[in-house]
Design a protein around this ligand. Structure first.
Ligand SMILES: O=c1[nH]c(=O)c2[nH]c(=O)[nH]c2[nH]1
Length: 290
């Protein structure tokens, strides 16, 4: 039996690119974590020590910085598409380039109720993401967010579930529902060509996710995810599919009876683990209906 090289790819992971736009006194900041990867025929580098077709990961990192200046960062998607196209074009042996971008949001520091020109404060834990894959034939853009932490203090129940000998969970008519939302949505194949307004779409999807979470009565986190996904697909025909991973951040009512106190849904312990992990993809079907 022989030995052969299987699938392989290579690139530079987690290049931290901070781009300041300082054409006017009111600066802007784009704070990115950029990972690039090339795939294709790089067999000789593995089997013969031949680097002639290998665009170094160091060059990929340099290109990430150079493109932050040369192309700019109007949105993570636009930047990733330009960077992916450049890396693919610069590497004859490559058949595909993947660029993954996380963007960390900064808000202007408020001074006398006005946003400061060049002083910023990092916003929460929420991270905007995009994953762009470029080949000669197609461009795939999957954008999303993670660690969007949301909680509703009522309007959520979980009851009527399957019970067996090991079930101890009581029915809950009124519980806290909380999660750190992880969502990714895939754009239609022609999205980059249309072109889509990436920033406006991101803001709109984020707002829809939040509004749907807030206003949908939840019989389970599963139902809430489906409602959020449906709302996004109904409003955005440029999005093909949306996937969620949502940790159910359990909040358990604390027994205050030993202290002579009642607790009608007022004092909870927030458990960090274990947590329910609810995952779902909402997609389009060729048939009508839900
Ligand atoms: O929204 C929920 N979905 C579940 O599947 C589940 N399972 C559980 O114990 N609590 C919950 N909550």
């Amino acid at each position: 039996m022989g030995i052969v090289l299987g699938p392989n790819r290579y690139g530079k992971a987690e290049t931290r690119v901070v781009r300041i736009v300082r054409d006017t006194p009111r600066h802007e900041i784009h704070d990115l974590n950029v990972s690039t990867s090339l795939r294709g025929d790089f067999a000789a580098a593995h089997t013969d020590g031949d680097q002639s077709q290998v665009l170094p990961t160091d060059t990929q990192k340099n290109t990430a910085f150079a493109f932050a200046k040369r192309h700019g960062v109007t949105s993570p998607e636009d930047y990733a598409l330009a960077l992916g196209g450049r890396l693919l074009g610069a590497t004859p042996a490559a058949t595909g380039a993947t660029v993954s971008v996380e963007e960390y949001a900064w808000d202007r520091i408020l001074v006398d109720d006005a946003g400061h020109d060049h002083a910023f404060v990092r916003r929460g834990g929420e991270v905007r993401t995009t994953l762009v894959d470029v080949t000669a034939d197609e461009v795939v853009v999957v954008s999303g967010l993670h660690d969007l932490v949301v909680l509703k203090s009522t309007g959520s129940e979980f009851k009527g579930f399957l019970r067996d000998d090991y079930t101890t969970l009581p029915d809950a008519d009124d519980r806290i529902l909380a999660t750190a939302l992880h969502a990714t949505w895939q754009y239609a194949a022609d999205a980059a060509a249309r072109p889509v307004d990436w920033n406006a779409t991101y803001d709109a999807v984020r707002a829809l996710l939040l509004a749907t979470f807030a206003t949908t009565y939840s019989r389970a986190l599963q139902e809430t995810l489906y409602a959020m996904g449906s709302a996004v697909l109904e409003a955005h025909e440029e999005i093909e599919e949306i996937s969620f991973a949502a940790p159910n951040k359990h909040h358990f009512l604390v027994d205050l009876e030993p202290f002579g106190l009642d607790n009608p849904g007022e004092v909870f312990v927030a458990a960090d683990r274990p947590y329910g992990l609810i995952e779902a993809t909402v997609t389009r079907s060729s048939e009508e209906g839900r």
